[in-house]
Design a protein around this ligand. Structure first.
Ligand code: GLU
Length: 462
């Protein structure tokens, strides 16, 4: 591939809220496409709508992308810092006669639309200022793009060719009355100036594409190729929105998902490779291509995401699991490589679907304080076992903590009170681990240690 055709793609969010599932999917597909073709992935913050853009949203987007590992090669570029470039290009269009000043007042525009509607026509701007020769200095104006006659074909890399007749497109406003350029205009200038080869974005932008192509042609730019990704729907088959619950990527982080679970999940929202569901990042980069992006909407299925996360909890290397757990439970540096930590995670990872759940289960090892399940205590600490349990504590206190001695203490107490192992074993497990889980009872003693074990055995009945 020559230098000139090196792939350059971008993620261009408007910073008006969190990084949501749809935005993250767009970012991922751009990222994968760039990596696959040894290209560049550029981050551009589209903050020209100053009323809706906030610095918190910028932070949230950068933070979300970083957490997902979608590292960008260039940027972030902020459109608010690029105004002089846009002004220069606006001037160029005005001078060439491909854009014009429109002095129509809002009332006049309303009337025009109403009367067109009354005639059964599409309420579009009728171009009345296009041939206006005067330039009244005391009147506010917007700048409109003079849409030429004809028709345009979008060769969409996902949807195939789409033809649009220009009479369907009105002379759009490209600069507001305060002089600020509008979205469709700045995107075209930026995509050219940043040398984008492909524009990969959600198909909610499809209606903008012919406008952007025409603007690019009017400015004599080389045009990028377009690829519009299918919509993402909720399970009820309506467009994914906040109504469907957690749609912000950060909410999944807070619930204990691995970033890679999200990546794997997002990749399958609109793209597929045979019937494979589990992909490493390397595999995604290798296998991803726009040809295999479908046209039918992806359905956001939270259970599938949870299933993926559960898979990764079981499957990820210890190091990644313990790192992930660190967000939910305090882990001392000396605990990281401790074989007891390895063992704790190994015996518990099958039981947890999220890192948060795993942290709760593993608290018996990593934390000093645990809260045994009170319901289970009621069930297990019956009159039949009370005396035996208290005897067992005394035995353990007064003997060595070697496994063989612990076993001896156990069998002696069981024998004296005529009980079976589970009757005391379950109770001890509850006291030491907090619930009906964990390794075998004697291994549990070893992991928790003598002092903490005695303290917990006592605390259960204290
Ligand atoms: N800023 C637009 C958005 O957040 C994306 C524009 C584009 O990708 O062209 O929806």
């Amino acid at each position: 591939m020559t230098q000139a055709s090196k792939v350059r793609v971008r993620f261009a969010p408007s910073p008006t809220g969190f990084l949501h599932i749809g935005g993250a999917r767009t970012a991922l597909f751009n990222y994968l496409y760039a990596k696959k073709h040894q290209g560049s992935f550029i981050l551009r913050i589209e903050d020209t709508d100053r009323e809706r853009s906030t610095p918190e949203a910028v932070e949230a987007i950068l933070d979300g992308l970083t957490w997902l590992g979608l590292n960008w090669d260039e940027g972030p570029f902020f459109q608010t810092e690029r105004q002089s470039l846009y002004q220069k290009e606006l001037e160029r269009l005005l001078e060439s006669g491909k854009a014009y000043r429109c002095y129509c007042s809002p009332q006049e525009l309303d009337q025009m639309r109403e009367s067109l509607k009354a005639q059964g026509k599409k309420p579009m701007y009728d171009g009345r200022c296009k041939h206006r020769k005067d330039a009244p200095s005391d009147q506010a104006f917007v700048i409109r793009f003079a849409v030429p006659e004809g028709q345009t074909r979008i060769e969409d890399l996902v949807k195939g060719p789409i033809d649009i007749a220009h009479r369907e497109i009105e002379d759009l406003v490209i600069a507001r009355s305060d002089g600020t350029p509008t979205y469709n205009f700045v995107v075209v200038v930026d995509d050219h100036e940043m040398r984008m080869t492909h524009v990969i974005r959600g198909d909610d932008h499809l209606a903008n594409t012919p406008k952007q192509i025409l603007l690019g042609e009017a400015l004599d730019y080389d045009l990028p190729q377009y690829a519009h990704l299918p919509l993402i729907l909720g399970k009820d088959k309506t467009r994914l929105s906040k109504r469907h619950g957690a749609t912000a990527v950060q909410m999944y982080r807070d619930q204990g998902y691995f970033p890679h679970s999200i990546i794997n999940f997002l990749a399958r929202l609109g793209w597929s490779h045979k019937d494979q569901e589990i992909f490493s990042l390397e595999e995604l980069i290798e296998k991803f291509d726009l040809d295999a992006v479908g046209t039918s909407p992806g359905v956001f299925n939270e259970e599938k995401l949870l299933w993926l996360n559960q898979h990764y909890i079981k499957d990820k290397p210890y190091k990644e699991v313990i790192e992930g757990l660190g967000a939910f439970i305090e882990i001392r540096p000396d605990q990281i490589d401790d074989p007891k930590s390895h063992r704790t995670i190994e015996v518990l990872r099958d039981r947890a679907k999220t890192l948060k759940e795993l942290a709760e289960l593993a608290a018996f090892h990593f934390s000093d304080q645990i809260t045994p399940d009170p319901e289970l205590k009621k069930k297990l600490y019956t009159d039949e076992v009370k005396d035996a349990y208290q005897d067992l504590i005394l035995e353990i206190e007064n003997n060595s903590f070697e496994e063989a001695d612990l076993e001896k203490s156990f069998s002696q107490v069981l024998k004296t009170h005529g009980l079976k192992f589970p009757q005391l074993g379950k109770l001890v497990r509850l006291a030491l681990a907090g619930g009906p889980f964990g390794p075998g009872v004697f291994e549990l003693f070893e992991i928790v240690g003598k002092e903490r074990s005695i303290q917990r055995l006592r605390a259960l009945i204290g």
